[in-house]
Structure formats: structure tokens, C-alpha cells
Design a protein around this ligand. Structure first.
Ligand SMILES: [Zn+2]
Length: 83
């Protein structure tokens, strides 16, 4: 689940950047018809926020359930291996 969230976050972030580049180019070109781009940007923004939230809620140890502050192969609370 965390890997899916990471990928969704990375893809949404790339689309978000490209989308804003398109908006910037259009505005520089005096083209103010950016409704579609604005919606894409908004959708990506929601995915990014959701991804960050999912990540922060899923970064828990599967053994003891405590939130892991440091990402590693072993839990900093109970010392068990994370897979
Ligand atoms: Zn643990």
C-alpha cells in the first residue's frame, strides 16, 4: 500500500509540474483558456495531499503499530524487521 501511495504521489507530482508549466506557457502566450489545466492541477493537488496523508498514516510498524519516525529495515520501537 505504501509503495502504491509513493508511486501515485510521484506521478501526481510530475503531472502537477507539467500541468503548471502548460498553464504558465499559455498565460505567457495570452491564452487564458486554462480551465482544463486548472482542473488537472486541482486533481493532482488532491492526489498529492491524499498521498502525503496515506504515507503519514501507513508509516507504522506492522508488529507493534507505532508510527516510525525513521525509515529503516528495523522498527525503532520493537526492533523487528520491516518488510
Ligand atoms: Zn515495532
Amino acid at each position: 500500500m505504501r509503495k502504491v501511495a509513493n508511486w501515485a504521489l510521484a506521478i501526481a507530482f510530475v503531472i502537477f509540474l507539467i500541468d503548471w508549466s502548460v498553464i504558465g506557457i499559455k498565460l505567457l502566450d495570452n491564452d487564458y483558456n486554462i480551465t482544463a489545466e486548472a482542473y488537472i492541477g486541482l486533481a493532482c493537488f488532491i492526489v498529492i495531499i491524499a498521498g502525503v496523508l496515506i504515507r503519514s498514516f501507513t508509516d507504522r510498524c506492522p508488529h507493534c503499530g507505532k508510527i516510525m519516525l525513521i525509515k529503516g529495515a528495523y522498527c525503532s520501537h520493537c526492533g523487528k524487521k520491516i518488510d
